[in-house]
Each structure stands twice: as C-alpha cells, then as structure tokens.
Write a protein that binds this ligand. Structure first.
Ligand code: C2E
Ligand code: MG
Ligand code: MG
Length: 263
C-alpha cells in the first residue's frame, strides 16, 4: 500500500476498533512489583492486516495526523488507566509521544486537561520521547519544562541509539533513561556492552534519573540488569504487550513467578 492510501485508511481508523492499545508491564527490579504500563499502539487494518507503529507513526508525524492520533491515544489510555484503578490495580502509565506533538506550545495544557478529565495524577504519568527525535527537542526545552512543572515524568526512550545524547541528557529535564534493547541483549555475552550498560545506569543515577532496561527476554538478562543496579525492567520475559483485560491475570501470574526466580 502506498503512503497516501495508508494515510487515508489511518485517518479513517482513528476512533474505530481498528486502532487500539496494548499495554506492556514494567516492573521494579527490587521487588518485582508492577510499577508502570507502557501504552503501545496497534493497528489492525481489515484489508492489510496488522500494520506496525514503526511504519505508520512516522507517516502520521510527517503528514499532520499525529495530533489527532495523540489526542485519541490520551483519551483511550487514560480511560483504561481509570478502569484499572477502579479495579484496584495500582500502576503508572507511560505514553509515547512524538517530537511533532511537542511543537504545539499548548500541548502540555492539553495533556494536563486530559489528566484532570480522567483523574490521572500527574505523578502517575511518564511521557516517553525517542532519542532520535530529541535533536529538535533542544528547541522544545520550554515545552518539556512545562511538563516537569506540572509534575509529569519524562523518559528518554531507546537511549544509546541516537546522536548527541550526553549533551541532550544534561540539558533536557528527563526523569528516566530507558536503555535500548540492543545493549540489553548484548550485555549478557559481550563485555563491551556490559560495560556500556553499567555506565548508562551510572549516568542515569548520577544525573538523578531512574534507569529502565528495555527488551529483557530471558532470566540471565533479568538477573544481570538487577545485579548492575537497574531500577525497572521491561521485556517479553516479564510480559509481552497485553490486551488491557489481561493485566490482572498477568500480574497474579508474574508475582508468583518472581518468587521462584531467586535473582
Ligand atoms: P518503544 O517505545 O521503544 O516500545 C518498545 C517496543 O519494543 C515495542 O514495539 C515493544 O513491543 C517492543 N518490545 C518490548 N519488549 C521486547 C522484547 O523483549 N524483545 C523485543 N524484541 N521487542 C520488545 P512496538 O509496539 O512495535 O513499538 C515500536 C515503537 O513505536 C515504540 O518503541 C514507540 O517508539 C512507537 N510507538 C508505539 N506506540 C506509539 C504511540 O502510541 N505513539 C507514538 N508516538 N509512538 C508509538
Ligand atoms: Mg517507549
Ligand atoms: Mg524503547
């Protein structure tokens, strides 16, 4: 499908069942408990099947569709968070945002209005920005600072895969560093990657940020990240991106599993 056709279908999909969120758990490496879920968008097109976010998010960004997608996303994920809270599941919510959305100066006010509408405390929300997009973020210092003033957390996603990272990390008001899964995967067998991961965790802590390891796929990686002092962990070994309704069962099963892990 060419880009124009894809965009037309995407526009039509917003607000329908074709677009939905999956939620991937992030757990604390000190006690295994669920700390946060990351909302990950899914698009199941009836003709073309499942289309990955890596394909359509950049298109939406480039063609003026990202704002309506983000608005829909905030409504959907916040409503879901509310539902879990009402069921007694305590967790924070991580939400991916594009640098494009940050270009609108009133974006922090929109997010704040939505948190108020759904009763999501600002302290329960973390916005994830990918490092590749942070180059323009330097101009968006104001917007990011506004989020921090409102008490909303900011994570730098996929850390280690972009450019000028150290400078940006020092200048922008992040609260969390997410180590890209490439380094996590390699750390088990490559001493170099292990040294890099250890340095990233030290860097995060030295700057007052928490460190999250992405893409944990096995026990060895889980145990290594814990030994290296990483705070939070996310990945298929802990939980794949889940349908919202599956979170309570996942939480029960995972806590039982954690007890047997002896990390
Ligand atoms: P991300 O924010 O870094 O999300 C993590 C990606 O890694 C997800 O891919 C997730 O399914 C995948 N993943 C998680 N654990 C593992 C693991 O153990 N092994 C492996 N191999 N992969 C793992 P997904 O869902 O395809 O999302 C890709 C990217 O698309 C996300 O990367 C994020 O940058 C972007 N994205 C997703 N949803 C949204 C959204 O609603 N808005 C925006 N702006 N971007 C989104
Ligand atoms: Mg993310
Ligand atoms: Mg990531």
């Amino acid at each position: 499908m060419n880009d124009d056709a894809l965009l037309d279908r995407l526009e039509a999909a917003i607000g329908t069942d074709a677009l939905r969120y999956c939620y991937q758990p992030k757990v604390s490496l000190s006690d295994g408990k669920l700390r946060r879920v990351e909302a990950l968008i899914r698009w199941d097109d009836e003709v073309h099947g499942t289309i990955g976010p890596d394909r359509f998010i950049p298109l939406a960004e480039e063609n003026g569709l990202i704002d309506s997608l983000t608005r829909w996303g905030l409504d959907t994920a916040f409503r879901q968070w509310r539902e879990w809270t009402d069921q007694g599941i305590e967790c924070e919510l991580a939400f991916n945002i594009s640098a494009r959305s940050l270009e609108a100066l009133d974006f922090p006010d929109l997010v704040e209005a939505k948190t108020a509408e759904y009763g999501v405390p600002a302290s329960c929300l973390v916005l994830e920005l990918t490092e590749g997009s942070t180059q323009t973020l330097i101009n968006l210092m104001d917007t990011l600072t506004r989020f921090r003033i409102k008490g909303i957390g900011l994570a730098i996603d996929d850390f280690g895969t972009g450019y000028s990272t150290l400078k940006l990390l020092r200048m922008l008001p992040f609260t969390e560093l997410k180590i890209d899964r490439f380094f996590v995967r390699d750390a088990e067998r490559s001493m170099d990657s292990r040294v890099i991961v250890e340095a990233m965790i030290g860097l995060a802590h030295g700057l007052g940020l928490s460190a999250t390891a992405e893409g944990i796929e096995n026990d060895a990686q889980l145990s290594l990240m814990k030994a290296l002092g990483c705070d939070l962990a996310q990945g298929y070994r802990i939980g794949r991106p889940l349908d919202a309704a599956a979170l309570p069962d996942w939480q029960r099963d995972w806590m039982q599993e954690w007890e047997t892990l002896r990390l």
